[in-house]
Design a protein around this ligand. Structure first.
Ligand code: BES
Ligand code: ZN
Ligand code: ZN
Length: 470
Protein backbone atom coordinates (compact mmCIF):
# COMPACT_ATOMS: atom_id res chain seq x y z
CA UNK A 1 0.00 0.00 0.00
CA UNK A 2 1.31 3.38 -1.01
CA UNK A 3 0.17 6.72 0.32
CA UNK A 4 1.33 9.83 -1.56
CA UNK A 5 0.81 13.55 -1.13
CA UNK A 6 0.10 15.39 -4.36
CA UNK A 7 -0.50 19.09 -4.95
CA UNK A 8 -3.77 19.88 -6.67
CA UNK A 9 -1.97 21.86 -9.39
CA UNK A 10 -0.11 18.71 -10.44
CA UNK A 11 -1.73 16.47 -13.03
CA UNK A 12 -2.44 13.02 -11.61
CA UNK A 13 -4.25 9.96 -12.77
CA UNK A 14 -6.39 7.69 -10.63
CA UNK A 15 -9.05 5.01 -11.03
CA UNK A 16 -11.45 6.14 -8.33
CA UNK A 17 -12.14 9.05 -6.04
CA UNK A 18 -12.80 8.55 -2.33
CA UNK A 19 -15.19 11.09 -0.85
CA UNK A 20 -15.82 11.59 2.86
CA UNK A 21 -19.35 12.62 3.77
CA UNK A 22 -20.51 14.03 7.08
CA UNK A 23 -23.62 15.67 5.73
CA UNK A 24 -25.54 14.27 2.78
CA UNK A 25 -27.23 17.60 1.99
CA UNK A 26 -24.18 19.18 0.40
CA UNK A 27 -23.35 16.11 -1.65
CA UNK A 28 -23.34 16.12 -5.43
CA UNK A 29 -24.66 12.56 -5.66
CA UNK A 30 -27.29 13.01 -2.96
CA UNK A 31 -30.15 11.52 -5.00
CA UNK A 32 -28.22 8.38 -5.94
CA UNK A 33 -26.92 7.92 -2.43
CA UNK A 34 -30.43 8.22 -1.04
CA UNK A 35 -31.68 5.53 -3.38
CA UNK A 36 -28.87 3.31 -2.11
CA UNK A 37 -29.97 4.19 1.43
CA UNK A 38 -26.50 5.53 2.15
CA UNK A 39 -26.30 7.37 5.46
CA UNK A 40 -23.55 9.80 6.37
CA UNK A 41 -22.71 7.65 9.37
CA UNK A 42 -19.62 5.85 10.64
CA UNK A 43 -18.88 2.57 8.88
CA UNK A 44 -21.08 3.31 5.87
CA UNK A 45 -19.39 2.90 2.53
CA UNK A 46 -20.68 2.65 -1.01
CA UNK A 47 -19.11 2.32 -4.44
CA UNK A 48 -20.64 4.12 -7.43
CA UNK A 49 -18.96 2.21 -10.24
CA UNK A 50 -20.12 4.37 -13.14
CA UNK A 51 -19.20 7.58 -11.39
CA UNK A 52 -15.95 5.99 -10.18
CA UNK A 53 -16.51 7.18 -6.64
CA UNK A 54 -16.38 5.60 -3.22
CA UNK A 55 -18.43 7.43 -0.61
CA UNK A 56 -17.67 6.91 3.04
CA UNK A 57 -19.61 8.36 5.93
CA UNK A 58 -18.15 9.76 9.15
CA UNK A 59 -19.78 11.37 12.15
CA UNK A 60 -16.96 13.25 13.81
CA UNK A 61 -13.65 14.65 12.67
CA UNK A 62 -11.58 12.54 15.05
CA UNK A 63 -8.99 9.78 14.72
CA UNK A 64 -11.36 6.87 15.18
CA UNK A 65 -14.07 8.00 12.75
CA UNK A 66 -11.63 9.07 10.05
CA UNK A 67 -9.39 6.01 10.32
CA UNK A 68 -12.39 3.67 10.17
CA UNK A 69 -13.80 5.51 7.14
CA UNK A 70 -10.58 5.43 5.13
CA UNK A 71 -10.05 1.78 6.03
CA UNK A 72 -13.49 0.92 4.69
CA UNK A 73 -12.83 2.91 1.51
CA UNK A 74 -9.51 1.17 0.93
CA UNK A 75 -11.08 -2.25 1.51
CA UNK A 76 -13.82 -1.39 -0.97
CA UNK A 77 -11.20 -0.34 -3.50
CA UNK A 78 -9.38 -3.63 -2.93
CA UNK A 79 -12.53 -5.57 -3.84
CA UNK A 80 -12.52 -4.02 -7.30
CA UNK A 81 -10.16 -4.31 -10.24
CA UNK A 82 -9.07 -0.73 -9.62
CA UNK A 83 -5.92 0.02 -7.69
CA UNK A 84 -5.42 3.77 -7.42
CA UNK A 85 -7.61 6.25 -5.61
CA UNK A 86 -7.60 9.97 -5.09
CA UNK A 87 -8.67 11.69 -1.91
CA UNK A 88 -9.03 15.44 -1.65
CA UNK A 89 -7.92 16.64 1.76
CA UNK A 90 -10.76 18.76 3.16
CA UNK A 91 -10.30 20.75 6.36
CA UNK A 92 -11.65 17.90 8.53
CA UNK A 93 -9.31 15.44 6.88
CA UNK A 94 -6.30 17.72 7.03
CA UNK A 95 -6.70 17.93 10.80
CA UNK A 96 -6.77 14.14 10.88
CA UNK A 97 -4.15 13.35 8.29
CA UNK A 98 -2.43 10.95 10.71
CA UNK A 99 -5.66 8.96 10.90
CA UNK A 100 -5.93 8.93 7.09
CA UNK A 101 -2.44 7.49 6.62
CA UNK A 102 -2.60 5.02 9.50
CA UNK A 103 -6.21 4.01 8.85
CA UNK A 104 -5.42 3.30 5.20
CA UNK A 105 -2.32 1.21 5.89
CA UNK A 106 -3.80 -0.61 8.88
CA UNK A 107 -7.12 -1.17 7.13
CA UNK A 108 -5.49 -2.67 4.08
CA UNK A 109 -3.59 -5.26 6.16
CA UNK A 110 -4.48 -8.89 5.84
CA UNK A 111 -2.49 -11.89 7.07
CA UNK A 112 -2.10 -14.05 3.94
CA UNK A 113 1.15 -15.90 4.72
CA UNK A 114 -0.62 -19.25 4.83
CA UNK A 115 -3.05 -18.72 1.93
CA UNK A 116 -2.20 -20.49 -1.33
CA UNK A 117 -3.95 -17.78 -3.28
CA UNK A 118 -2.80 -14.36 -2.31
CA UNK A 119 -4.42 -11.15 -3.41
CA UNK A 120 -1.34 -9.48 -4.80
CA UNK A 121 -2.56 -6.02 -5.55
CA UNK A 122 -0.72 -2.82 -4.88
CA UNK A 123 -3.11 -0.17 -3.74
CA UNK A 124 -2.16 3.46 -4.12
CA UNK A 125 -3.80 6.34 -2.31
CA UNK A 126 -3.06 9.80 -3.69
CA UNK A 127 -3.95 12.48 -1.19
CA UNK A 128 -4.50 15.78 -2.95
CA UNK A 129 -3.77 19.08 -1.18
CA UNK A 130 -3.51 22.69 -2.31
CA UNK A 131 -0.07 22.94 -0.82
CA UNK A 132 2.24 20.29 0.59
CA UNK A 133 3.53 21.63 3.87
CA UNK A 134 6.44 20.33 5.93
CA UNK A 135 3.94 19.42 8.65
CA UNK A 136 1.93 17.21 6.28
CA UNK A 137 5.07 15.59 4.94
CA UNK A 138 6.32 14.86 8.45
CA UNK A 139 3.02 13.38 9.48
CA UNK A 140 3.04 11.20 6.37
CA UNK A 141 6.51 9.83 7.08
CA UNK A 142 5.86 9.32 10.80
CA UNK A 143 2.51 7.67 10.29
CA UNK A 144 3.95 5.31 7.70
CA UNK A 145 6.55 4.17 10.24
CA UNK A 146 3.94 3.82 12.98
CA UNK A 147 1.54 1.82 10.78
CA UNK A 148 4.40 -0.35 9.58
CA UNK A 149 5.42 -1.04 13.17
CA UNK A 150 1.86 -2.14 13.91
CA UNK A 151 1.74 -4.38 10.83
CA UNK A 152 5.12 -5.94 11.67
CA UNK A 153 3.71 -6.78 15.10
CA UNK A 154 0.58 -8.26 13.54
CA UNK A 155 2.67 -10.45 11.21
CA UNK A 156 4.69 -11.87 14.08
CA UNK A 157 1.74 -12.40 16.40
CA UNK A 158 -0.36 -14.05 13.66
CA UNK A 159 2.40 -16.54 12.84
CA UNK A 160 1.60 -19.99 14.26
CA UNK A 161 3.65 -21.51 17.08
CA UNK A 162 5.27 -24.14 14.88
CA UNK A 163 6.90 -21.34 12.91
CA UNK A 164 7.36 -18.85 15.70
CA UNK A 165 9.06 -20.19 18.82
CA UNK A 166 11.50 -18.43 21.15
CA UNK A 167 14.54 -18.78 18.89
CA UNK A 168 12.57 -17.39 15.95
CA UNK A 169 11.61 -14.41 18.07
CA UNK A 170 15.27 -13.89 18.97
CA UNK A 171 16.14 -14.10 15.29
CA UNK A 172 13.59 -11.38 14.50
CA UNK A 173 15.17 -9.17 17.15
CA UNK A 174 18.63 -9.83 15.74
CA UNK A 175 17.41 -8.91 12.28
CA UNK A 176 16.05 -5.58 13.56
CA UNK A 177 19.36 -4.92 15.29
CA UNK A 178 21.29 -5.75 12.15
CA UNK A 179 19.17 -3.56 9.88
CA UNK A 180 19.14 -0.52 12.16
CA UNK A 181 22.56 -1.03 13.77
CA UNK A 182 21.15 -1.49 17.25
CA UNK A 183 22.69 -3.42 20.13
CA UNK A 184 21.33 -6.89 20.69
CA UNK A 185 21.88 -9.45 23.40
CA UNK A 186 20.25 -12.86 23.38
CA UNK A 187 20.65 -15.26 26.28
CA UNK A 188 19.49 -18.87 26.63
CA UNK A 189 18.62 -21.13 29.55
CA UNK A 190 22.18 -21.40 30.88
CA UNK A 191 22.12 -17.70 31.49
CA UNK A 192 18.73 -17.91 33.25
CA UNK A 193 20.14 -20.66 35.48
CA UNK A 194 23.35 -18.77 36.25
CA UNK A 195 21.50 -15.56 37.03
CA UNK A 196 18.83 -16.85 39.34
CA UNK A 197 16.01 -16.35 36.84
CA UNK A 198 14.29 -19.45 38.07
CA UNK A 199 10.73 -18.22 37.54
CA UNK A 200 11.18 -17.64 33.81
CA UNK A 201 13.28 -20.78 33.46
CA UNK A 202 10.63 -22.98 35.08
CA UNK A 203 7.85 -21.85 32.75
CA UNK A 204 9.77 -22.95 29.66
CA UNK A 205 11.18 -26.17 31.06
CA UNK A 206 8.76 -28.63 29.45
CA UNK A 207 9.10 -27.10 26.00
CA UNK A 208 11.37 -28.55 23.34
CA UNK A 209 12.19 -24.95 22.48
CA UNK A 210 14.84 -23.22 24.53
CA UNK A 211 13.68 -20.04 26.28
CA UNK A 212 15.31 -16.84 25.13
CA UNK A 213 15.94 -13.60 26.94
CA UNK A 214 16.09 -10.86 24.33
CA UNK A 215 17.54 -7.40 24.97
CA UNK A 216 17.39 -4.99 22.04
CA UNK A 217 18.78 -1.49 22.59
CA UNK A 218 18.49 1.74 20.67
CA UNK A 219 21.00 4.19 22.12
CA UNK A 220 21.19 7.47 20.20
CA UNK A 221 24.03 9.87 21.10
CA UNK A 222 21.63 12.71 21.82
CA UNK A 223 19.37 10.72 24.17
CA UNK A 224 17.61 12.87 26.76
CA UNK A 225 15.47 10.11 28.28
CA UNK A 226 15.93 6.47 29.13
CA UNK A 227 13.01 4.11 28.74
CA UNK A 228 12.70 0.37 29.30
CA UNK A 229 10.02 -1.71 27.58
CA UNK A 230 9.51 -5.26 28.83
CA UNK A 231 7.35 -7.74 26.92
CA UNK A 232 5.68 -11.07 27.67
CA UNK A 233 6.74 -13.31 24.79
CA UNK A 234 4.85 -16.55 25.34
CA UNK A 235 5.15 -18.02 21.85
CA UNK A 236 2.55 -20.51 23.04
CA UNK A 237 0.56 -20.81 26.23
CA UNK A 238 -1.04 -24.24 26.62
CA UNK A 239 -1.58 -23.44 30.28
CA UNK A 240 1.04 -26.01 31.31
CA UNK A 241 -0.07 -28.72 33.74
CA UNK A 242 -3.01 -26.47 34.69
CA UNK A 243 -3.95 -27.15 31.08
CA UNK A 244 -6.31 -24.80 29.30
CA UNK A 245 -9.64 -26.18 28.05
CA UNK A 246 -9.54 -26.78 24.27
CA UNK A 247 -11.60 -23.69 23.43
CA UNK A 248 -9.39 -21.42 25.48
CA UNK A 249 -6.16 -22.73 24.02
CA UNK A 250 -7.01 -21.59 20.52
CA UNK A 251 -5.46 -18.13 19.86
CA UNK A 252 -2.75 -18.65 22.48
CA UNK A 253 -0.16 -18.13 19.74
CA UNK A 254 -1.04 -14.51 20.48
CA UNK A 255 0.41 -14.73 23.99
CA UNK A 256 3.61 -13.31 22.54
CA UNK A 257 1.86 -10.03 21.65
CA UNK A 258 3.53 -7.98 24.37
CA UNK A 259 6.99 -9.10 23.31
CA UNK A 260 6.25 -8.51 19.63
CA UNK A 261 4.91 -5.03 20.42
CA UNK A 262 8.10 -4.24 22.32
CA UNK A 263 10.35 -5.30 19.44
CA UNK A 264 8.35 -3.31 16.90
CA UNK A 265 8.21 -0.26 19.13
CA UNK A 266 11.99 -0.22 19.50
CA UNK A 267 12.18 -0.58 15.71
CA UNK A 268 9.83 2.40 15.26
CA UNK A 269 11.60 4.66 17.76
CA UNK A 270 14.91 3.97 16.01
CA UNK A 271 13.31 4.60 12.61
CA UNK A 272 11.83 7.85 13.88
CA UNK A 273 15.22 8.75 15.32
CA UNK A 274 13.82 9.98 18.63
CA UNK A 275 16.42 11.15 21.17
CA UNK A 276 15.48 8.45 23.67
CA UNK A 277 17.52 5.48 24.82
CA UNK A 278 15.10 2.58 24.52
CA UNK A 279 15.68 -0.90 25.89
CA UNK A 280 13.38 -3.65 24.67
CA UNK A 281 13.50 -6.74 26.87
CA UNK A 282 11.48 -9.80 25.98
CA UNK A 283 11.06 -13.12 27.74
CA UNK A 284 10.43 -15.55 24.89
CA UNK A 285 9.13 -18.80 26.33
CA UNK A 286 6.76 -21.65 25.47
CA UNK A 287 4.48 -22.93 28.25
CA UNK A 288 3.98 -26.67 27.69
CA UNK A 289 3.25 -29.92 29.50
CA UNK A 290 5.60 -32.88 29.94
CA UNK A 291 7.57 -34.91 32.46
CA UNK A 292 9.79 -31.91 33.12
CA UNK A 293 7.00 -29.38 33.48
CA UNK A 294 6.87 -27.05 36.47
CA UNK A 295 3.96 -27.79 38.72
CA UNK A 296 1.27 -26.28 40.87
CA UNK A 297 2.83 -26.53 44.38
CA UNK A 298 6.30 -25.60 43.18
CA UNK A 299 7.97 -22.66 44.88
CA UNK A 300 10.17 -20.63 42.56
CA UNK A 301 12.78 -18.05 43.42
CA UNK A 302 12.89 -15.03 41.10
CA UNK A 303 15.99 -12.99 40.26
CA UNK A 304 15.40 -10.51 43.11
CA UNK A 305 15.29 -13.35 45.63
CA UNK A 306 11.53 -13.29 46.17
CA UNK A 307 9.87 -16.69 46.38
CA UNK A 308 6.68 -17.49 44.47
CA UNK A 309 4.20 -20.20 45.28
CA UNK A 310 2.84 -21.66 42.05
CA UNK A 311 -0.79 -22.62 42.36
CA UNK A 312 -1.63 -22.45 38.69
CA UNK A 313 0.84 -22.98 35.84
CA UNK A 314 -1.43 -21.01 33.51
CA UNK A 315 -0.57 -17.83 35.39
CA UNK A 316 2.84 -18.07 33.72
CA UNK A 317 3.15 -14.63 32.13
CA UNK A 318 3.69 -12.93 35.49
CA UNK A 319 6.44 -15.45 36.28
CA UNK A 320 8.30 -14.70 33.06
CA UNK A 321 7.80 -10.96 33.55
CA UNK A 322 8.98 -11.03 37.17
CA UNK A 323 12.44 -12.19 36.12
CA UNK A 324 12.53 -9.96 33.04
CA UNK A 325 11.60 -6.91 35.12
CA UNK A 326 14.37 -7.75 37.61
CA UNK A 327 16.86 -8.28 34.79
CA UNK A 328 15.89 -4.91 33.30
CA UNK A 329 16.33 -3.04 36.58
CA UNK A 330 19.59 -4.82 37.44
CA UNK A 331 21.07 -4.03 34.05
CA UNK A 332 19.75 -0.53 33.48
CA UNK A 333 20.09 2.28 35.98
CA UNK A 334 18.56 5.79 36.11
CA UNK A 335 15.49 4.75 34.20
CA UNK A 336 12.91 7.43 33.37
CA UNK A 337 10.13 4.97 32.59
CA UNK A 338 9.71 1.23 32.76
CA UNK A 339 6.69 -0.17 30.92
CA UNK A 340 5.66 -3.80 30.58
CA UNK A 341 3.30 -5.21 27.96
CA UNK A 342 1.49 -8.48 28.34
CA UNK A 343 -1.55 -10.48 27.35
CA UNK A 344 -1.67 -11.21 31.04
CA UNK A 345 -5.23 -11.99 32.09
CA UNK A 346 -8.57 -13.11 30.74
CA UNK A 347 -9.98 -11.09 33.63
CA UNK A 348 -8.88 -7.86 31.93
CA UNK A 349 -10.88 -8.83 28.84
CA UNK A 350 -13.91 -9.64 30.98
CA UNK A 351 -13.56 -6.37 32.83
CA UNK A 352 -13.07 -3.83 30.08
CA UNK A 353 -13.98 -5.70 26.88
CA UNK A 354 -11.79 -6.99 24.11
CA UNK A 355 -10.95 -3.63 22.55
CA UNK A 356 -9.39 -1.94 25.53
CA UNK A 357 -6.08 -2.30 27.36
CA UNK A 358 -5.84 -2.07 31.14
CA UNK A 359 -3.31 0.44 32.47
CA UNK A 360 -1.91 -0.23 35.93
CA UNK A 361 0.81 1.03 38.23
CA UNK A 362 1.54 2.93 41.43
CA UNK A 363 1.67 6.42 39.92
CA UNK A 364 -1.84 7.78 39.31
CA UNK A 365 -0.61 10.80 37.38
CA UNK A 366 1.45 8.65 35.04
CA UNK A 367 -1.43 6.22 34.55
CA UNK A 368 -3.67 9.11 33.55
CA UNK A 369 -1.08 10.45 31.16
CA UNK A 370 -0.58 7.05 29.55
CA UNK A 371 -4.33 6.65 29.05
CA UNK A 372 -4.48 10.11 27.44
CA UNK A 373 -1.64 9.26 25.07
CA UNK A 374 -3.19 5.90 24.25
CA UNK A 375 -6.50 7.51 23.27
CA UNK A 376 -4.70 10.18 21.24
CA UNK A 377 -2.81 7.45 19.38
CA UNK A 378 -6.02 5.70 18.33
CA UNK A 379 -5.85 2.89 20.90
CA UNK A 380 -8.42 2.29 23.62
CA UNK A 381 -7.14 2.10 27.17
CA UNK A 382 -8.40 2.62 30.69
CA UNK A 383 -6.80 2.81 34.11
CA UNK A 384 -7.38 0.01 36.60
CA UNK A 385 -6.58 0.90 40.20
CA UNK A 386 -4.67 -1.14 42.74
CA UNK A 387 -5.93 -1.28 46.33
CA UNK A 388 -4.75 -2.64 49.67
CA UNK A 389 -7.44 -5.32 49.96
CA UNK A 390 -6.78 -6.96 46.62
CA UNK A 391 -3.10 -6.99 47.52
CA UNK A 392 -3.87 -9.37 50.39
CA UNK A 393 -5.36 -11.84 47.92
CA UNK A 394 -1.95 -12.74 46.49
CA UNK A 395 -0.36 -13.48 49.87
CA UNK A 396 1.08 -16.95 50.26
CA UNK A 397 1.25 -19.07 53.40
CA UNK A 398 4.52 -20.66 52.36
CA UNK A 399 6.26 -18.18 50.04
CA UNK A 400 6.60 -14.40 49.61
CA UNK A 401 3.81 -14.21 47.08
CA UNK A 402 1.38 -16.49 45.25
CA UNK A 403 1.01 -16.57 41.47
CA UNK A 404 -2.79 -16.57 41.64
CA UNK A 405 -5.22 -14.69 43.83
CA UNK A 406 -7.43 -16.23 46.49
CA UNK A 407 -10.41 -14.29 45.12
CA UNK A 408 -12.28 -14.78 41.85
CA UNK A 409 -12.60 -11.03 41.39
CA UNK A 410 -10.23 -8.35 40.10
CA UNK A 411 -7.89 -10.78 38.32
CA UNK A 412 -6.30 -8.13 36.10
CA UNK A 413 -5.47 -5.99 39.11
CA UNK A 414 -4.14 -8.82 41.29
CA UNK A 415 -1.88 -9.82 38.38
CA UNK A 416 -0.63 -6.24 38.13
CA UNK A 417 -0.04 -6.17 41.89
CA UNK A 418 1.90 -9.42 41.64
CA UNK A 419 4.27 -7.70 39.18
CA UNK A 420 4.69 -4.81 41.62
CA UNK A 421 6.66 -7.24 43.82
CA UNK A 422 9.40 -7.13 41.21
CA UNK A 423 9.57 -3.38 40.75
CA UNK A 424 12.44 -1.93 42.74
CA UNK A 425 11.82 0.92 45.18
CA UNK A 426 13.53 3.51 42.97
CA UNK A 427 11.28 2.63 40.02
CA UNK A 428 7.89 2.33 41.74
CA UNK A 429 6.60 5.61 40.27
CA UNK A 430 8.17 5.04 36.86
CA UNK A 431 6.47 1.77 36.12
CA UNK A 432 3.32 1.09 34.11
CA UNK A 433 1.85 -2.34 33.39
CA UNK A 434 -0.18 -2.67 30.17
CA UNK A 435 -2.56 -5.63 30.09
CA UNK A 436 -3.25 -5.96 26.36
CA UNK A 437 -5.01 -9.36 26.58
CA UNK A 438 -8.18 -8.01 24.96
CA UNK A 439 -7.14 -5.96 21.93
CA UNK A 440 -3.94 -7.84 21.08
CA UNK A 441 -5.88 -10.51 19.21
CA UNK A 442 -9.53 -10.31 18.18
CA UNK A 443 -11.16 -12.96 16.00
CA UNK A 444 -13.17 -10.54 13.91
CA UNK A 445 -12.70 -7.36 11.95
CA UNK A 446 -13.15 -4.26 14.10
CA UNK A 447 -12.88 -0.84 12.49
CA UNK A 448 -9.56 -0.61 10.71
CA UNK A 449 -8.31 -3.79 12.39
CA UNK A 450 -8.62 -7.02 10.48
CA UNK A 451 -9.22 -10.44 12.04
CA UNK A 452 -6.37 -11.52 14.31
CA UNK A 453 -3.53 -9.54 15.79
CA UNK A 454 -3.95 -5.77 16.11
CA UNK A 455 -0.51 -4.68 17.28
CA UNK A 456 -1.93 -3.37 20.56
CA UNK A 457 0.49 -1.29 22.60
CA UNK A 458 2.60 -0.10 19.70
CA UNK A 459 0.83 3.13 18.78
CA UNK A 460 0.23 4.25 22.33
CA UNK A 461 3.81 3.72 23.36
CA UNK A 462 5.16 5.52 20.31
CA UNK A 463 2.80 8.43 21.00
CA UNK A 464 3.89 8.60 24.64
CA UNK A 465 7.55 8.62 23.64
CA UNK A 466 7.10 11.10 20.79
CA UNK A 467 5.41 13.56 23.15
CA UNK A 468 8.07 12.99 25.78
CA UNK A 469 10.70 14.70 23.66
CA UNK A 470 8.53 17.19 21.79
N1 BES B 1 -2.30 -15.76 28.39
C1 BES B 1 -3.28 -15.89 29.42
C2 BES B 1 -4.23 -14.69 29.47
C3 BES B 1 -5.15 -14.46 28.29
C4 BES B 1 -6.44 -14.94 28.29
C5 BES B 1 -4.72 -13.72 27.22
C6 BES B 1 -7.27 -14.68 27.22
C7 BES B 1 -5.54 -13.47 26.14
C8 BES B 1 -6.83 -13.96 26.15
C9 BES B 1 -2.62 -16.02 30.77
O1 BES B 1 -1.39 -16.65 30.79
C10 BES B 1 -3.55 -16.82 31.61
O2 BES B 1 -3.82 -17.92 31.27
N2 BES B 1 -4.03 -16.22 32.68
C11 BES B 1 -4.97 -16.85 33.53
C12 BES B 1 -4.63 -16.46 34.94
C13 BES B 1 -5.36 -17.26 35.97
C14 BES B 1 -4.89 -18.69 35.97
C15 BES B 1 -5.13 -16.61 37.32
C16 BES B 1 -6.37 -16.36 33.17
O3 BES B 1 -6.52 -15.18 32.82
O4 BES B 1 -7.29 -17.17 33.19
ZN1 ZN C 1 -1.50 -18.75 30.92
ZN1 ZN D 1 -0.25 -16.49 29.03
Amino acid sequence: MKVNLIESSVENSFDLEIIFIKDLESCQDKATLEILDFKAKDESCVLLVEAKKIYVGYEKANYDCIAIAIANAVRKLKETKFSTAKLVLTADLKENFKAIVEGAILGEYKFTKYKSEKEEKNIELNVVVDEITAKLENTLEESKIIAKAVNRTRDMVNTPPADFYPKVMAKKAKKIAQNLKLDIRVEGEDFLKDNGMNAMLSVGRASIHESQLIHLTYKPKDAIKKVVLVGKGLTYDSGGLSLKPADFMVTMKADKSGGCAVLSTVWAIAKLGLPIEVHGIVGAVENMIGGDAYKPDDVLKAKNGKTIEVRNTDAEGRLVLSDCLCYAQDEIKDIDYIFDFATLTGACVVGVGEYTSGIMGNNDELKKEVVTKALASGEYATALDFNRYLKKAIKSEIADVCNIASTRYGGAITAGMFLDNFIYEENKDKWIHFDIAGPAFVEKTWGYNSHGASGAGVRMTIKFLQDLVK
